[in-house]
Unconditional design. Structure first.
Length: 322
């Protein structure tokens, strides 16, 4: 009886509520939802996430912590997100995906969302789906009315180097980059990949590096692109940020981190070389692992990049649109 009463009350409230105006469509483009990078959180930048908007449809490109809130700030309703592209499986790039999947389930979005990503994505999403089961079985606490089975609301397609596919009429190409340096052909190389993506949208092409070090494959992927959205590392600032966050880090762990940052990411000079060699028409920098740069550092970044690359350069902020 309580379940019937609750359902009836909910129906009355919904019937009495005014019909909200439909939100204005979001213009096509690439939105940097979150521009922080690395596992240390920032008070003024959200973790790595982007929204590609094409013909009114929305596609996430990485989904770090805070993605759902950043979508709301960008004026994008969660049900409009049709697919997610994960560049690699580090938590700063995937931490918000669980909320994307679970909140879609909780709000009764029945059309499956597709998650594209490197090997391991299927295992990652399976864990998220498993974590959604208790809430889905309970639903809103009305007997006999669970939410849709979470596994039915998401599909996974794992990608490898060089794969090209059509998604809703536009082309997506994946290239393995140098964020990892496992030996080619090794078991680790087969099982763990970091990808860069190219989106050919008809009138416009956009390349997203994800996390990478210098890479001939990424240069080839980005050839002639209208927009290159690239990561960048500030070694000194990043290590200072890590030291503030983890002052008791063991020396060996610090050494491993320094090796990772120096070889698996792009310095401003390397970003300039990449953009120049690829001949891209404009460059956007994101993934600020050192946090929001002060004006002195900003000027230094731009100067280093411009020594190699003469076209427009933008240091992105959260919610910038390109």
């Amino acid at each position: 009886m309580r379940g019937w009463a609750a359902a009836s009350a909910l129906a009355v409230l919904l019937a009495a509520a005014p019909v909200a105006a439909q939100p204005a469509p979001v213009a096509d483009g690439f939105i940097t939802l979150g521009t922080m990078g690395g596992p240390v959180p920032s008070p003024d930048r959200s973790q790595p996430a982007n929204a590609l908007v094409h013909r009114g449809k929305v596609y996430l490109v990485d989904a770090g912590d805070g993605t759902v809130q950043q979508l709301a700030r960008a004026g994008i309703l969660l049900p409009r997100v049709r697919a997610v592209f994960l560049s690699h499986l580090h938590a700063d790039h995937t931490g918000g995906l669980s909320a994307v999947l679970a909140l879609r389930n909780q709000t009764n979005q029945r059309d499956p969302i597709t998650v594209y990503g490197p090997p391991g994505t299927r295992e990652l999403v399976a864990g998220m789906v498993a974590s959604m089961q208790p809430a889905a079985r309970v639903g809103y606490g009305i007997p006999g009315q669970p939410w849709a089975p979470p596994a039915d609301t998401v599909r996974v397609i794992e990608l490898n180097d060089g794969e090209r596919m059509m998604v809703d009429g536009f082309a997506v190409t994946a290239a393995q980059n140098s964020h990892y340096d496992f030996a080619p052909g090794s078991t680790e190389d087969r099982n763990y990949k970091s990808l860069s993506f190219r989106f050919d949208l008809g009138a416009r092409s956009i390349v997203y590096t994800g996390d990478t070090g210098p890479s001939a494959a990424v240069e080839t992927l980005a050839k002639g692109a209208d927009l290159l959205v690239s990561e960048m590392i500030d070694m000194g600032g990043t290590m200072a940020n890590v030291a503030r966050n983890s002052p008791d880090m063991p020396p060996q762990a610090r050494q491993q981190l320094e090796q990772h940052l120096s070889t698996h990411h792009l310095t401003p000079d390397a970003v300039g070389q990449l953009a120049s060699r690829a001949g891209v028409k404009a460059l956007v920098i994101t993934h600020f692992a050192a946090g929001t740069p002060d004006p002195t550092r900003t000027q230094g970044y731009i100067a280093e990049i411009r020594a190699r690359y003469s076209e427009p350069v933008t240091l992105a902020n959260d919610l910038d649109r390109f």
